[in-house]
Design a protein around this ligand. Sequence first.
Ligand code: 2P0
Length: 345
Amino acid sequence: MYEATVSAPVNIACIKYWGKRNTKLILPTNSSLSVTLDQDHLRSTTTSRADESFEKGDRLWLNGKEETVKEDGRLGVCIKELRNWRKVEEDKDGSLPKLSKWPLRIASYNNFPTAAGLASSASGLAALVASLSKLYSLPQTPSQLSLIARQGSGSACRSLFGGFVAWREGSNEDGSDSLAEEVAPQGHWPEMHALICVVSDAKKGTSSTSGMQRTVETSTLLQHRLKIVPGRMEEISKAIKDRDFQKFGEITMKDSNSFHSVCLDTSPPIFYLNDVSKSIIASIEELNRSSGEIVAAYTFDAGPNAVIYALEKNIPKVLGVITKFFPTSEENSDPFGTAAEALPE
Ligand code: 2P0
């Protein structure tokens, strides 16, 4: 039996992916950019096994519960593509064991609430692709693997890299240039921290997949957003390269608000932020105003939880504001505290 285990972290977008131009290949309507959180308690770990003696058919367990692997479904497509790449290697080198012909058994665990707007699909699919790539000893680069992870879940393509990562929307109809690239490695900006504020770990109401398609079909504001995003991609990449937190924070908050605006402009409207989320926005805006500069930048995904980016020296200030307004309670504690600190490195 052959076996490989790999873990992949969550990534949090500063420029949001929201909308597909091709739902089958998962090609986005805009490029996006994220920070990969390299923290032990926000990861998916996947073990893949291949053996000649396994009964026919691939099987997969997610957090201990078996999921059906449909051949033409997202998981099935990822497995098929990686198997094809393994087959190419086996054809080149006849001495390699014929793993591509053997059934797979895959088990994946998230160490944080699944589908709570904490990008579990991103780390999950990235871990799956990375573990199969290791099992099959594939020679492909992380960017090439991101082409496959993208077809499992769009945001997963960004979790194959650490640090600051761009997913280029690409222009080819077959998706061959819609891939993830490193903008800067983790070590480039070690002072950058991310504070995760878990407002709720309940499963979200509107899934990202259906929500974003409704936005593409019904929001006129999305067309305006799509004109703005390319400039933001360039500006934030430069801010990251220059370690310019003012610019980084300004663009991050603007893009989060732009994303939630197109959600509201969707018919019927999608609400991901709740009253606690809005209080966090107000508190951070006030902190920045009273500090005379941007010391913290909030961003929200498809759920009410806040991620607050800040430089290490300002973390005590940010924690002071957050814990003053939102004290943690023992009874109400989640697996990693109401305000758990996550570091990009
Ligand atoms: C992002 N989100 O850029 C944005 C911000 C949610 C809000 O990527 O349909 O779960 O599997 O491609 O990747 C969530 O979308 O959607 C997402 P699919 P995915 O992180």
